[in-house]
Every structure is written in structure tokens, then in C-alpha cells.
Design a protein around this ligand. Structure first.
Ligand code: 3PG
Length: 311
């Protein structure tokens, strides 16, 4: 009897591990494809406020169609749900547009090296704004994270202040998004996929007026004609790909957040950045100095140490 129960338990654990493995692999692969198309689009059409809006609009449309056709069951929400979602959506909007502005100014790899410093922001916000204390090893693990990011930043061949600040603002905004999301998802019947769908819709409403104010239809029309002239009609498919893959990778990441602890999530997120950094350096043939790569490696190693101290 005990043996049968043990067998069943082992099988359940193995099945859960396999499921999370599949989520992670899908999340990273979708994210790499998004990052490549996003940068290809931004190189030809440098309007990050519009491309950020289009990714949210595409995701919202995909989910509305899925609900209408019953491919996915629409969530049951009330006013309190949307009220609680508002701060999450503000943080998501800021983090998303700031990362896209950053990637329009610097190499994708550079944005993600700075974004690998997100755990440091998480500790500092929790310490100074929420008054949460951590054991000393956690603070010590911040030294290589911050030092490695700083080394990578000062030795970056194509350093640009807007690109750097965009990635830093994105880090800060996403720390708040994660704190608010965790609070918002707790005890709610809305699962990861629908939670992210509602988040996209609210973010779209917040971002659209700002995108029009900052860039606007006139600039977009001129830029669009230029991009089509330069790339050809295929450019439209690049925009579709960056928008669809943006939604899909985020949807899968929210679905896995449902299944795993925030810590496992943040380790997965950092490993995701390693695949994006390597893939984008190869695809875009980004020039790299050894000292710059060393900075990135130290920062990522620091994140690994951080995850070990949090265990
Ligand atoms: C965005 O556009 O929102 C960023 O590329 C997000 O970056 P992340 O999901 O890798 O933190």
C-alpha cells in the first residue's frame, strides 16, 4: 500500500516538474522570438510608444476573440477586481513602454543585462518602501548584481542614457507590478491567462492617450511609409509577429506564475534573459568587448547567488 502511494506521489511530482519545464521552455522560446522581431521593427520604425500599444491591442483582441468563440472561458469579474487591477496595470504600462523605449535606443542585449538587475530593485523597494528586512547574504548578493550591471553599462560600446534609464525604470515598475499582482491574484478565481488578458486591456486604455500625445498619428504615418519603402510589405508581418509573441510569452509567464513560487519565477526570468542576450548578440551581430561580457556574467551570477540566499 505504502509503495503504491509512494509511486503515485513520485509520478505526480515528475508530472508537475515536466509541466513547469514545458512552461519555462515555451516562455523562453516565445520571448526570444518577441525580442528579435521587436528589435527588427524598432530598427526600421523607431516609434516605441506605438509598438508597445500595438502589442497590448493585439493581445486584448486575441483574448476577446477567444472569449467570444468560447476557446477560453471569460472570467467573472466585479468592480473590486478592476479596482485592484488598476495599480498593476499602471506599473505594467510604465515597465512595458520603458523597456521598449530602451530597446529602441540600445542593443537588446544591453537592455536585458540591465534588466537582469531586477532582483536588486526588488530587495531595495521591499527594504526601503515596505520596511521588509532580509538576512545579510541577500544584501551581499546585491554587490555582484549592481557591480556587474554597472561594469556592463560603463563598458557598453553604444551606451545611450535614454536606453539605460528606460531599462532602469522598467526594473522599478516591474517590481511594483509583481508586488501588486501577487496581492491582486491572491484568493481570486481569475487564473493566470485571464488575469493577464484583463491586465492587457486595462494597460491598453492607459497607454493609448500617452502614445498619441508623445508620438501621434502624423509621425507614425511618415515613419510607416519609410519602413514599408525600406523593408517591403513583409514589414507588416514583423509588426504582427512582435505583437502576437509579446502577448503569448506574457500569457505563458502569468500561467506559470500560477503554478510556482515568485522565487522560482524570478530564477526562470533571469535564465530567460541569458537566452535572449545570447540569441540577440548572434542575430544582430552586436559588437561586444570582453570586459562588457564579464560585467553581464557577474550580474547574472549575482542573480543566481541571490536566488540561493533567498532559498
Ligand atoms: C516589455 O516590452 O514589456 C519588455 O520587453 C518586458 O521585458 P520582460 O518581460 O523581459 O521583463
Amino acid at each position: 500500500q505504502i509503495n503504491i502511494e509512494l509511486d503515485e506521489h513520485t509520478r505526480e511530482v515528475a508530472a508537475q516538474k515536466l509541466k513547469i519545464g514545458v512552461y519555462f521552455a515555451t516562455w523562453w522560446a516565445l520571448n526570444v522570438i518577441f525580442n528579435i522581431y521587436n528589435k527588427k521593427v524598432l530598427n526600421a520604425f523607431p516609434f516605441p510608444w506605438l509598438t508597445s500599444t500595438l502589442s497590448l491591442a493585439t493581445g486584448s483582441l486575441m483574448m476577446l476573440v477567444s472569449w467570444a468563440t468560447k476557446i477560453a472561458k471569460a472570467p467573472e469579474t466585479d468592480l473590486n477586481f478592476w479596482k485592484a487591477l488598476f495599480p498593476v496595470a499602471v506599473a505594467h504600462t510604465i515597465g512595458h513602454v520603458a523597456a521598449t523605449v530602451s530597446m529602441s535606443k540600445v542593443a537588446v542585449s544591453f537592455t536585458h543585462i540591465i534588466k537582469s538587475g531586477e532582483p536588486a530593485f526588488s530587495v531595495l523597494v521591499s527594504r526601503f518602501l515596505l520596511g521588509e528586512a532580509f538576512p545579510v547574504p541577500v544584501y551581499l548578493s546585491l554587490v555582484p548584481i549592481i557591480g556587474g550591471c554597472a561594469l556592463a553599462a560603463v563598458t557598453e560600446l553604444n551606451f545611450n542614457l535614454t536606453g539605460f534609464m528606460g531599462a532602469m525604470i522598467s526594473n522599478l515598475a516591474f517590481v511594483f507590478r509583481n508586488i501588486f499582482s501577487k496581492r491582486g491574484m491572491k484568493g481570486k478565481s481569475v487564473g493566470g491567462m485571464n488575469y493577464y488578458a484583463c491586465l492587457s486591456m486595462m494597460s491598453l486604455l492607459i497607454l493609448t492617450p500617452f502614445a498619441i500625445a508623445v508620438e501621434g498619428p502624423q509621425m507614425w504615418a511618415v515613419g510607416w511609409d519609410k519602413a514599408i519603402a525600406q523593408i517591403g510589405p513583409n514589414f507588416i508581418w514583423w509588426v504582427v509577429a512582435q505583437s502576437v509573441f509579446y502577448h503569448l510569452y506574457n500569457q505563458v509567464s502569468y500561467m506559470s506564475l500560477n503554478e510556482i513560487s515568485p522565487l522560482t519565477f524570478s530564477i526562470g526570468n533571469t535564465m530567460k534573459r541569458i537566452s535572449v542576450i545570447v540569441a540577440s548578440i548572434i542575430v544582430f551581430q552586436t559588437p561586444l568587448q570582453p570586459i562588457n561580457a564579464l560585467g553581464a556574467a557577474i550580474a547574472i551570477f549575482g542573480t543566481f547567488l541571490y536566488s540561493q540566499t533567498k532559498k
